[in-house]
Every structure is written in C-alpha cells, then in structure tokens.
Design a protein around this ligand. Structure first.
Ligand SMILES: *Cc1c(COP(=O)(O)O)cnc(C)c1O
Length: 428
C-alpha cells in the first residue's frame, strides 16, 4: 500500500505526518489515505483505489473535485501572475458578490483562512465595544487562534485536549464558555459580566461536534440579548456560509449577525477566509480605522478567481442547493429506515447538505450530549466503509459534506455500503 509507505515518510518530516491533525486517521486506528487526484465526488489514492468522497476538502468543494466550472481555462489566469501584493479587480468582484449575497453585510475583508477570519472579527468586536471578554460555546470550533482554543470541538474532542498547551491562561481568561442551545447559560453569563462582553461568537449550525443544529429560539434569543446589551453578534459561517443556503445560516434562520466569518467554500478549494458586516463596524479596520489586520497573500488573485467562479455559479444556479439538500434528506431517511429495521443504537442528524450519523440513540443538542457516543462502534463502521470505497471525516464529531457532483447512483451505492457496514459494525 503506497499510502502507508508515504505516511511513514511523511512522519519523518511533518509532525504526525499531516498538516492538520484530523487528517491522521489515528482515532479510527488507520493510517491516512494519500490522495493523488480527484474528480467529481471521487478521489483516487496512489494505488489507484477509488473512493466516493464525503470530505470534499472539509466543505469547500460544494461543486465536487476539479469541477470544470472552477478549473476551465485556469491556466490562462495563472500566466497572468499568481500574486502581486497590490490590489486587483478580482478582489472587488468577490467582495461585491459576497456583500450582495449576505444579509446585513456592507463590507468584507479577505484573509487566508477561517482561523484568521474569526480571530480578526473578534479583534474588531473588541475594538468597537472597547470591551475584552467574549462568549463562545462548548464544542464550537472557530479555528486555532489562542483565545478561541477553549472547549473547541472536533479536533480537540477527538484527541481529548479541550484546551491546548502553549495557550497561556492569561490569554483565555477573557474567553467565557456557555452551553450551546441554552439561552439561560448565556443570560447568566452576561449578568455576571455586565457591560464587559464584546461579542458572542457561534457556529449557527455546529459542525465540529458532529452536526448539531441550533434552535430558532436560541439564535433569535442571542440576537435579542446582543441588541439589549450592545454586544456584537458574530456568526462563524466558515462551513455554513454559501452552503446552508446562498445567504448562509443568516438566511436559513432569518437572523442577521453584526459580523460574519467565512472560509472554505468562498475559495473554491484555494486557501481563503473573509470577515464582514455592517459598515459601522468594518470601517474601524485598518487603514480606514485603527484596528490593525493585514495579510501578504490576502485577496490572492487565484483564490479570488476560484471564489468568484464558485459563488457566481451558486448565485445563478439555486438548483445546486435543492440537489445537495435533497440528497442529504434522502440519505438521512434511508439510513433511518436501516436503523429502525435493525434497532441499531444510533441516529442521524441532518441540516441542509450536512449530516452526521451519531453512534448514540438519543438526540444531541449540545456538547455534553456528544460524550456518550460509542466511539468503538464508529471505528468499526468507519473501517468497514473505507474498505468498501467510501471516505468521510475520520471522526465521530464531524459531518459529511455532500456536493453537486454526488448523483443518484452514488446515493444508492452509499446506502448499500452503509447498510452492510452497520451490520458488520454491530454484528461482529
Ligand atoms: C474550518 C473552520 C474554521 C477554521 O478555518 P481554517 O481555514 O481551517 O482556519 C473556523 N470555523 C469553523 C466553523 C470551521 O469549520
């Protein structure tokens, strides 16, 4: 197996052999699959094994791998130059598409990752309110910047390190953690820190503790609380933006945040991130205001090109959302049938084109509920699925990502495999 050979070699030069911990397949007792190429919903390893892929680069590839919509004539763009450190027209074009799409957003700043987006949005909120404390939710992941690396979901859940060494206590002292879907926990926290809280940041649909949807009351409740207390409400839409709907989770819930963070989808597979919101807030960002934030490769022309192609396609083809949402719904309903027929102790949670099969019977609405999942069963299931030629995030605490390239036949193949894998998983 070429992947195993490559992994061994990678481990000599790269910590743990990977450039992001969740890629290591450690907690499913496997070594990672090294991908050589991808097309549509399929990826191929160096032994030419084919897999139907539900990772989709962890969200960005909503149109599938190497989609013609994104890559056609891309060489013509490359020969124009790959980075200038000077402004380009493309930055305006992508910003305009995003501002036109996203509710209540007047301005947007491009960065290079979701981590940068959330980190910078929080700086703006703190600069604007002149307050230091922030509220986040247990099990929500907002990238790996110091002050957000507290109770941070999947990566941390998978490796049982809720906070990380190297993050000084002083830096997280101002990070207050509340319970997801629990408005009372937020109200109490705000009462105990009156006029000290700059912002509340959350994943409006949590995708990093497995898929957990916020209730409408929770989201609307947060909006009201923020209004009453002059707190900046930040939606981390790094996964949900342009996926849950073209208007993101804001459109899905009909609730407008003050700031929103983007990443993943808006770069069509190239490294990118962005944060934006009301003019009043965004105009305090340097150089129009005093809050400093910068980036050598920010607004990179190739990333902008991919972003423009992907987002304009999504804007002009709303049927993409119907396709991926219907696919997810059918997958959910048919997995539920299998579970019911066999009385398996697991259940499915699904929102839009995001879905998690939890190895636990009871519905999960916040982080504490996640704990009781049968991780050994998940591992057996995962290994069985890979053997059958299907890959998705090697963690119980993630969702699967459906793309426009997954078709009806892929759905059938997937359901057959899931049926067999669950049987092997529970009747081993
Ligand atoms: C992936 C993710 C991030 C971090 O984005 P990176 O590009 O990996 O830095 C932040 N928030 C959410 C909700 C994410 O899923």
């Amino acid at each position: 197996m070429e992947s195993e050979k490559l992994f061994k070699e990678a481990c000599q030069y790269i910590p743990g052999g990977v450039n992001s911990p969740v890629r290591a397949f450690r907690n499913v007792d496997m070594t990672p699959i090294f991908v050589e190429r991808g097309k549509g919903c399929r990826v191929y390893d160096h032994d030419n094994n084919e897999y139907i892929d539900y990772i989709g680069s962890w969200g960005p590839l909503i149109l599938g791998h190497a989609s013609d919509i994104l890559i056609e004539d891309i060489d013509k763009e490359i020969v124009m130059g790959t980075s200038f450190g000077l402004p380009t027209k493309k930055e305006i074009e992508l910003a305009k598409i995003m501002v036109d799409a996203y509710p209540g957003m007047d301005m947007v700043r491009m960065v290079n990752s979701g981590t940068e987006a959330t980190m910078s949005a929080i700086r703006v909120a703190r600069g604007y309110t002149k307050r230091d404390k922030i509220i986040k939710f247990e099990g929500n992941y907002h990238g790996h910047s110091d002050c957000l690396l507290v109770q941070a979901g999947s990566g941390a859940l998978t490796f049982q390190t809720p906070t990380s060494p190297g993050v000084p206590d002083d830096l997280i002292r101002n990070t207050l953690v509340c319970q997801y879907n629990d408005l009372e926990s937020v109200k109490t926290m705000i009462q105990n820190n009156k006029d000290e809280i700059a912002c509340i940041i959350l994943e409006p649909v949590a995708c990093n503790m497995g898929l957990v949807e916020a209730t409408r009351e929770f989201i609307q409740g947060l909006r009201d609380i923020c209004n009453e207390n002059q707190i900046v409400l930040i939606f981390d839409e790094v996964i949900t933006g342009f996926r849950l709907s073209y208007q993101g989770a804001a459109g899905y819930y009909g609730v407008t945040p003050d700031l929103a963070c983007f990443g993943k989808i808006i770069g069509g597979g190239l490294p990118v991130g962005a944060y934006g919101g009301k003019k009043e807030l965004m105009s305090i960002v340097s150089p129009s205001g005093p809050v400093y934030q910068a980036g050598t490769l920010s607004g990179n022309p190739l990333a902008m090109t991919m972003g423009i192609r992907q987002l304009s396609y999504l804007r002009d083809h709303p049927e993409v959302y119907d396709h991926i949402n219907n696919y997810a719904l059918k997958l959910k309903q048919d997995i539920e049938k299998i579970i019911e027929e066999n009385d398996y102790p697991c259940h499915v949670q699904c929102c839009g084109s995001l879905l998690t099969l939890f190895f636990k019977k009871e519905y999960i609405s916040h982080y504490k509920d996640v704990q009781g999942c049968d991780l050994k069963a998940f591992t057996r299931y995962y290994q069985a699925m890979v053997k059958k030629g299907f890959i998705f995030a090697p963690s119980q605490f993630e969702g699967i990502f459906i793309s426009y390239a997954h078709n009806e036949n892929d759905l059938k193949l997937t359901l057959t495999a899931i049926k067999e894998a669950l049987k092997e998983c529970y009747e081993y």
